[in-house]
Design a protein around this ligand. Structure first.
Ligand SMILES: [Zn+2]
Length: 81
């Protein structure tokens, strides 16, 4: 008697779904303090937006780059002047 193959859970798929939104750290261009920000990975590999520093409340321009293979996130900050 043949047993139906048991469907294997797909851990890669599970991880990919969890990584669709991720947190990353950047350093404020004004006070140098680390800030945590949410990155929407579905919005693309290059994003830029303005976010107020959680410490000194100054607006930082964030340039976000996401490596499509490793999903590593890099953030450059610039002061809005
Ligand atoms: Zn700051």
């Amino acid at each position: 008697m043949l047993n139906a193959p048991c469907p294997m859970p797909n851990p890669n798929k599970f991880i990919a779904q969890n990584l669709m939104q991720n947190t990353a750290e950047y350093y404020c261009a004004y006070c140098g303090e680390p800030n945590l920000t949410f990155i929407d990975l579905s919005a693309g590999g290059q994003q830029s937006y303005i976010e107020d520093c959680q410490v000194c409340c100054n607006p930082n321009i964030l340039y976000v780059r996401v490596d499509e293979d490793t999903l590593d996130i890099e953030i450059d900050t610039e002061s809005e002047s």
